[in-house]
Design a protein around this ligand. Structure first.
Ligand code: SF4
Length: 362
């Protein structure tokens, strides 16, 4: 049971959560839009501080981060919950769990063994997850030989306290940290987080405000701002767009996204990945390889050095090529690195500097 970071008390027992741009004003006894931050008696609590729903070892390529220690492994954790509600969410069973399952208000259980705050304890008991501390997460990451810890699968912003404390400890133990996020985070918590983050992959879902509002219940501008801040604060940044037929696959929208990325830096890798029908979006066909190839060409034409096709293994779109001489540098199949020819962060054939962190294979 843990008091939340980033909130302000208001009149009449309400609180104002300032963790993400939703800026929820939450009455006593209710939760914010993410479903995991709960006002009890005028104090805001996180319901997921020690409720880890998933922890597993993943290749860093699965995040996807292709220019951050390629071939390494990331100890990957998440809790339930998300501050967005994308109708095509591929992890909806855990990201949307609190909204779909937790009761709106909970009263004290008579069986509860004299808790200090019966309603709060009772609410927390409804949240699924394993009681795992930052110390245990860091120890497990070291034991499994991981180079980094990934805060991933759902939206790590909403388990900020667990992620930040784990990241601080991980840093001290020589591990790296990466955040796999929708980018809907307020400036102050993002700046705090960036003091201990090494890399981030942020979703860049649409370039249309209307799509962000209708499909994801979010807004475009705060996400553009967060993307820019990650880049300016020196966190290694990669961006991902899930290309959905009939939604964001027009040449116009893909060009707008690619040109926006290029305006920040042509060295930012862009992952265009395939959508599969899921959650509440069943009326669009899965993305085919030709659409991803077209998206990749749009990215390269916008000047981006590295554009990858994701979620369709074996098509060759996961390889890293030199932007100067087109040599094959990193050969991948799905999430597996088959061969890495990068030498001292340079192309072995023409000597071009290859952007990223820990890129050398030799
Ligand atoms: S994290 Fe965002 S969605 Fe959740 S309560 Fe705070 S402002 Fe609302």
């Amino acid at each position: 049971m843990r008091e939340a970071s980033y909130y302000e008390p208001l009149a009449n027992g309400k609180v104002w959560c300032t963790l993400c741009p939703h800026d929820c004003h939450i009455p006593d006894g209710a939760r914010g839009a993410c479903g995991v931050r709960y006002n009890h008696g005028g104090k805001l609590y996180t319901l997921v501080y020690d409720k880890v729903i998933a922890r597993e070892v993943n290749p860093i390529e699965k995040k996807p981060l292709f220019h951050f220690y390629p071939g390494s492994f990331a100890y990957s954790i998440s809790t339930v919950g998300c501050n967005l509600r994308c109708s095509f969410c591929q992890n909806w069973n855990i990201s949307q769990w609190p909204k779909d399952h937790l009761p709106k208000h909970i009263t004290a259980s008579e069986e509860a063994p004299q808790p200090i705050c019966p309603q709060l304890l009772n609410m927390e008991q409804h949240v699924p997850g394993e009681s795992v501390t930052p110390v245990m997460i860091v120890a497990a990451a070291q034991k499994t030989g991981c180079l980094s810890i990934s805060y991933t699968f759902t939206e790590p912003t909403i388990f900020f306290e667990l992620a930040y404390e784990t990241a601080v400890l991980a840093r001290r133990q020589g591990l790296k940290n990466n955040f796999i996020s929708n980018g809907f985070i307020s400036e102050a918590p993002q700046r705090q987080l960036c003091t201990v983050l090494d890399a981030a992959n942020i979703d860049f879902k649409f370039f249309k405000e209307e799509s962000y509002r209708r499909i994801s219940r979010a807004r475009l501008q705060p996400i553009l701002d967060a993307i820019q801040r990650y880049h300016e604060l020196g966190v290694w940044l990669e961006l991902t767009t899930m290309v959905i037929p009939g939604v964001n696959d027009s040449d116009e929208e893909l060009t707008q996204i690619a040109e926006h990325i290029a305006s920040l830096s042509v060295a930012i890798p862009w992952h265009v990945s395939a959508y599969y029908p899921a959650y509440k979006m069943w009326n669009h066909p899965p993305t085919n390889a030709a659409t991803l190839r077209r998206a990749r060409e749009i990215g390269l034409n916008a000047g981006l050095r590295y554009v990858y096709e994701g979620n369709i293994p074996g098509e060759g779109g996961e390889n890293t090529y030199c932007y100067q001489c087109q040599s094959l540098l990193i050969e991948r199949y799905g999430f597996t690195v088959i061969r890495n020819r990068i030498d001292d962060s340079r192309c072995p054939d023409c000597g071009a500097h290859i952007d990223g962190v820990g890129m050398s294979g030799q």
